[in-house]
Design a protein around this ligand. Structure first.
Ligand code: GDP
Length: 423
């Protein structure tokens, strides 16, 4: 109940009176049994739709001020949390490691134990080497100043992958330290899903026999196994709302668990360099992978390129042929082509063969595209030398021998960079 009266983006209490303060929702939008984002979060997501925004009486200036203000608030809240004695469950999305890392966090955690939950492992190829990944994650965290980590768990909240170990670990810590748990992470890393999972498990474990059946609303001897499973899965445990709209959580959402302790769903943050910020909801759905990604490799020689829908492309400028292995949502249409033909291809196929964006008009709305050049030195055919990351969209591992010069084109403002390869 508590969470339903709060914005699923920022956590602010929803209100229908004052459009100029936080948590405002137009009254006509407010219907029962629906999850809400407040108007401000809504516009943060859809800020390309400035016109609509202006129609509602806001100015561009106030929008930007709002965003800055909420970022500041976010940092303050994070500071408040970390200054308490607590267990910090810090969640990261393995599919968007760089985008979901909160740069401020390392300097704030102090002596509080940090349990790092690396989520959405179900999206990576099955044959991923966890040992190598562990070292990679550790190194990436250390490079950002997060060196004291109690434990790292590689999980999938959604598919219940290694969640048991993570839960047991957190419960052990709670019993040992007698403190509350704060689940910290960017919006969309899976905090709500994690907490739901955590709570459904613990409720079910604590209730046995008749008590459990009562809780699930079933009568002894009058249900099938399927019904029982469904009852477990359904709303019988306290569920938080999950959402795929990036936003900023301002107020922690509190959930009781165990006897004396609480678990808090805490601030999320908007990372301005993520590609999702220039996309519409339909496009966001395509870009965020839902299933294990089908990894595809291309061999490119000079003059060739790969297009990632109409959102980004890699052009091979100079060097011997290299392999480019693409880790992206299966709904992003990936096409190899010739650099010369790119413009023609975009003009004829954006919105169709090249999706997202969903139309030529939307492609134009993305505004200016920016090119960034990289020089890469391969380390041989058995191992990738780098990942090229397009923030929020995915990454491309490069493999080959000798020197390579490439150009990456993406909408202006979207982060494009090289990193040590993940796999
Ligand atoms: P929050 O904003 O951090 O609370 O994130 P949510 O729990 O709302 O999740 C954001 C999105 O990520 C939702 O669409 C979830 O279904 C999805 N999600 C959460 N956990 C996983 C996971 O383990 N694997 C995958 N593939 N998706 C997940």
């Amino acid at each position: 109940e508590e969470s339903s009266s709060k914005c699923v983006g920022c956590g602010a209490k929803l209100q229908t009176e004052d459009p100029s303060t936080i948590g405002y929702v137009p009254p006509f939008k407010l219907t029962e049994n629906h999850r809400f984002v407040c108007q401000r979060c809504y516009y943060m997501v859809y800020r390309t739709r400035v016109e609509e925004h202006l129609k509602m009486g806001a100015t561009e200036e106030t929008t930007n001020k709002d965003i800055l203000q909420s970022l500041k608030l976010f940092e303050q809240r994070l500071e408040n949390i970390c200054s308490k004695r607590c267990i910090i469950v810090y969640m990261i999305d393995i599919f968007d490691f760089d985008g979901s890392f909160i740069d401020k966090l390392p300097s704030l955690v102090g002596n509080n134990p940090v349990v790092l939950i690396v989520n959405k492992m179900d999206l990576l190829p099955e044959d991923i080497n966890i040992g190598r990944l562990y070292l990679w994650v550790k190194k990436q965290c250390e490079a950002r100043g997060l060196s004291k980590i109690h434990r790292i768990h590689f999980v999938s909240c959604k598919n219940d992958l290694r969640m048991g170990e993570a839960k047991a670990d957190i419960i052990r810590l709670v019993q040992y330290l007698h403190s509350d748990v704060y689940v910290v992470g960017c919006t969309n890393v899976g905090k709500s899903t994690f907490i739901n999972h955590f709570l459904s498990g613990s409720i079910v474990e604590r209730k046995k026999g008749e008590e459990l059946l009562n809780h699930l609303g079933l009568k002894p001897g009058q249900f099938s196994l399927t019904e029982l499973k469904r009852a477990y899965k359904d709303k019988k445990a306290p569920q938080l709302t999950t959402s795929s709209f990036p936003g900023t959580t301002l107020n922690p959402i509190r959930v009781h668990f165990g006897r004396a302790h609480s678990m808090y769903d805490t601030p999320g943050i908007v990372q301005p360099h993520q590609i999702t910020h220039c996309l519409h909801s339909e496009e966001i759905k395509m870009v965020l992978p839902k299933k294990r990604v089908r990894v595809v490799s291309f061999r490119l020689r000079e003059g060739k390129c790969i297009l990632f829908g109409g959102l980004a492309r890699i052009e091979m400028l100079q060097g011997k042929p290299f392999f480019f292995t693409v880790f992206m949502s299966n709904e992003v249409k990936v096409h190899p082509s010739t650099t010369e033909k790119v413009n023609e291809l975009l003009e004829t196929h954006v919105g169709g063969l090249l999706k997202p964006p969903i139309s030529w008009r939307r492609y134009k709305e993305l505004g200016n595209f920016k090119a960034k050049e990289f020089e890469i030195e391969g380390v041989g055919w058995s191992q990738s030398s780098h990942d090229i990351v397009v923030s929020g969209l995915g990454w491309i591992a490069v493999t080959g021998c000798g020197k390579l010069k490439i150009r990456v084109v993406a909408p202006k403002g979207v982060g494009v960079f090289l990193r040590e390869p993940i796999a």
